[in-house]
Design a protein around this ligand. Structure first.
Ligand code: SF4
Length: 339
């Protein structure tokens, strides 16, 4: 059997800093072990924007690699080991639809809503976001980004994940009349008020899979166990949880909990498995085994082949042609969050 770990390590040593490997939390544990940076999409975007290596091999899905390419320096190249690793959530909206939604909001409500797009979107959607003065957000900073625009008296169009939008709105105590769900037919149910938040009707199927009976089963087995979930889960699941937050928050909450504590985690299975292995003194179970098939497309073999191609004939290069406005939207997020 080929020992890819050894081969990858050897190549990394040979490249001596010319190449870095960046891995999202949802990657296979063996990939995470080889990575120079590991994190949620916000941390990885910031890490990649600060690194000087000539090549960043991004172990994640395409929108993340595009995010790194948008922020990359002139001489940097971003590689994605499996080009078909997409994201069905990001597919819910594109730049053209976003422009149509913004236009419809203007016609129906006589306001210019500011677009805020979740990191889980492609470059064309981020370009529209930047063009109209908006910012990207991630699950770790969505509230902060919304607060920034609301404080300026602006209404926001949030896309593409409905659950992250509504769960964030609930945390901020937005009233029903302040929120409008927007879908493809672009018809709006008006209530005489000017809505603060328009939310696109997209979702992540990996997080949609968690249902109430999963929680009931966990609570029946572990009555004192705690439930922690990602805000891409349905509102009903988030309401039943003790804590909700990004993968980084989930990791840090479990890390700082007492030995012997019991957790059910409602997010991608490979991440849950990794923290289960990392904290053997705690009982950590997946709320349900929900795997992101796209994240799982990255493996040791395609990572090795991509690394090997760097000194031969480069493969799996991410090319982002038009990125000026997308860059603005990502930089705006970093500016708001980092203060
Ligand atoms: S977990 Fe959901 S949002 Fe994340 S990459 Fe997979 S499909 Fe996309």
């Amino acid at each position: 059997m080929i020992n890819y770990v050894k081969k990858i390590q050897k190549l990394k040593d040979k490249f001596d800093g010319k190449v870095v490997i960046s891995a999202h939390h949802y990657q296979h544990p063996e990939i995470v072990k080889l990575a120079d940076f590991v994190g949620d999409s916000y941390k990885l975007a910031v890490d990649c924007s600060r690194v000087n290596a000539e090549y960043i091999v991004f172990c994640g899905v395409r929108f993340m690699a595009e995010g790194a390419a948008i922020l990359a320096k002139e001489n940097q190249k971003i590689l994605l080991p499996k080009m078909s690793a997409g994201c069905p959530l990001a597919d819910f909206i594109d730049g053209e639809i976003m422009e149509n939604v913004l236009m419809s909001i203007e016609q129906n409500f006589q306001i210019s809503a500011i677009p805020v797009v979740y990191m889980n979107s492609y470059t064309d959607a981020k370009n529209v976001c930047g063009k109209f003065g908006g910012a990207v957000c991630t699950s770790s900073n969505a509230q902060k980004i919304l607060e920034y625009y609301f404080a300026k008296g602006q209404s926001v169009f949030f896309a593409p994940d409905f659950n992250l939008g509504i769960n964030t709105a609930r945390k901020m105590n937005l009233k029903e009349g302040d929120i409008i769900k927007v879908n493809k037919d672009l018809t709006f149910s008006k209530n005489g008020k000017t809505p603060k938040l328009f939310i696109w009707d997209g979702n992540c199927r990996v997080h949609k899979r968690f249902i109430q009976s999963d929680v009931e089963q966990f609570k029946a087995k572990y009555p004192n166990g705690k439930l922690i979930v990602h805000p891409e889960c349905d509102e009903a699941i988030v309401n039943l949880a003790d804590i909700s937050g990004s993968t980084s928050k989930i990791f840090s909450e479990i890390e700082k909990s007492k030995n012997g504590s019991v957790w059910a985690v409602g997010t991608e299975y490979f991440f849950v498995k990794r923290i289960t292995d990392q904290f053997p003194q705690k009982t950590i179970v997946p709320l349900r085994q929900s795997i992101c098939a796209n994240m799982a497309k990255i493996n040791l073999q395609n990572l090795y082949e991509t690394l090997k191609s760097i000194d031969e004939n480069i493969e799996n290069l991410i090319v982002v042609n038009e990125k000026q406005n997308a860059r603005k939207s990502l930089q705006k997020m970093i500016e708001i969050v980092e203060g």
